[in-house]
Design a protein around this ligand. Structure first.
Ligand code: FAD
Length: 419
């Protein structure tokens, strides 16, 4: 079976590795960018995604990429703690959560693909323009410096991100990504370690928010490299600029957060210490009712771009890739494999897109602000007993990483891979 994967992002590269593990040898990845570079700042890999990368035999490579947050804590805009919970191994998972640089993760996956599938497995400078559907195969058409290149395959996987050409071909009237009016500023900085040095924190409400987590261990001087996301809600216009890596002046962002000086974290100082700040609108797309046409399907952000609430974008792309490879390796026909993949993953990710629009697990911060806009003396007066724990657990169930479910579900590695 031959497979063409469009896009060498985290989703596309994980799909290539998963298909190779499942015994498929004719797998190639076609990437638009001529010269791939390790772009992006921090990203969280939740335990369900770490499990998949470890079961792909990448344990050593991913553990050296990042650090494991031991706790996730939510605060209001005055730095008062609303809820905190252990994460990863400390929460009873068999796999850790890892905070990593997106670019380093993508690069590690790229090297693993080249090591295992061969140096020619990833072709850069190939921009998908269309897919032609045939009875027994599809043909992917690429724009290249040498003209149009046509590649026939049994399966075509569109892992080409939020502006997916394959998705656009079948949903031409969708328009631009939907912006909810929130602007995100992302950056990394070396700052004094805060709290216990391994805590990921989120502070604020649905108007303004600050998220920070370490992406490296504290050094001898007690400083650590952190990734942060500062958010501010404004007037929603359109999502025309839904592109990563647009650098902006940090000064206005520092000013927006000037009062956020907690006794355990100086938020404006963290923002001011960033080497670079990247601006990005919080966008997603309405879920669509069909991913698969002919022998082509969608995966990752091409299939279900979602708000980053809940830190699930990359993790869900990895789950898609693993599920697709499992069904392609085990279903009697390609058509049945694609139908099973879509039925499973479209249902799950549609629910998640909607949940993230309602703030996902960060709803605790929104509710705390609605109920106690000037802060609180005791959080027990703001939430009923068990309410905070219920919100956290229900999101984990929806996203497929409740510890009971994840620890006990069978592996997605196909039996043919000789586990
Ligand atoms: C440059 C970049 C930086 C990012 N930085 C961050 C970050 O700092 N933090 C964070 O949380 N998330 C970041 N993201 C998003 C995050 O990586 C994704 O949400 C998540 O990993 C899902 O990945 P994906 O593989 O589905 O899509 P993507 O990561 O978007 O990958 C899609 C790939 O397809 C390629 N492509 C697009 N169109 C075509 C085409 N027509 N033909 C061929 N190839 C095509 C793109 O160049 C890209 O390599 C970034 C994405 C990109 C592209």
């Amino acid at each position: 079976m031959s497979t063409v994967i469009i896009g060498a992002g985290i989703g596309g590269l994980t799909a290539a590795l998963s298909l190779h593990q499942a015994g498929c040898r004719a797998v190639r990845v076609f990437e638009r960018v001529a010269d791939l570079r390790p772009l992006g700042v921090g990203i969280n890999l939740l335990p369900h995604a770490v499990r998949e990368l470890m079961e792909l035999g990448l344990t050593d490579r991913i553990t050296e990429l990042g650090v494991a947050p031991g706790t996730l804590a939510y605060f209001n805009r005055y730095g008062q703690r609303i809820w905190s919970e252990p994460r990863g191994l400390q929460a009873g998972y068999r796999w850790p959560q890892l905070s990593v640089y997106r670019g380093r993760l993508q690069w590690m996956l790229l090297e693993a693909v080249r090591d295992r599938l061969g140096p020619e497995a990833v072709l850069t400078g190939h921009q998908l323009v269309a897919v032609e559907h045939g009875a027994d195969s599809d043909v992917a058409c690429f724009d290249t410096d040498a003209g149009v290149v046509r590649v026939e395959a049994d399966v075509v996987v569109g892992a080409d991100g939020i502006h997916s050409a394959l998705r656009h071909q079948h949903h031409p009237h969708e328009g631009r990504p939907r912006w909810n009016g929130v602007t995100l500023w992302r950056g990394t900085a070396r700052v004094p370690a805060y709290l216990d040095g391994t805590t990921m924190i989120m502070a604020g409400d649905d108007q303004q928010k600050f998220v920070v987590y370490p992406v490296g261990p504290p050094d001898a001087a007690g400083h650590a490299r952190v990734n942060f996301i500062a958010e501010q809600r404004g007037d929603a216009r359109d999502g025309a600029n839904a592109d990563w890596n647009r650098a902006v002046d940090p000064a206005p962002v520092v000013e927006l957060f000037r009062d956020w000086r907690f006794d355990w974290l100086d938020v404006p100082a963290v923002i001011a210490a960033a080497e670079e700040i990247l601006e990005y609108p919080m966008v997603d797309r309405d879920p669509i009712d069909q991913w698969t046409f002919g022998r082509s399907t969608l995966l990752g952000d091409a299939a279900h771009p979602m708000y980053p609430n809940g830190s699930n974008g990359a993790s869900q792309a990895i789950l898609d890739a693993r599920t697709l490879a499992l069904h392609l390796a085990t279903a009697p026909t390609v058509e049945q494999a694609l139908a099973r993949y879509e039925a499973e993953r479209r249902t799950a990710t549609t629910a998640l897109v909607h949940s993230n629009r309602r703030h996902g697990p960060e709803r605790v911060m929104v509710l705390a602000h609605e109920r106690a806009p000037r802060g609180f003396g005791d959080i027990g007066e703001v939430f009923s007993p068990g309410e905070l724990a219920d919100i956290a657990a229900s999101y984990k169930r929806a996203a497929g990483f409740h510890p009971d479910a994840l620890n006990n579900r069978p592996s997605l590695t196909p039996p043919s891979a000789g586990r």
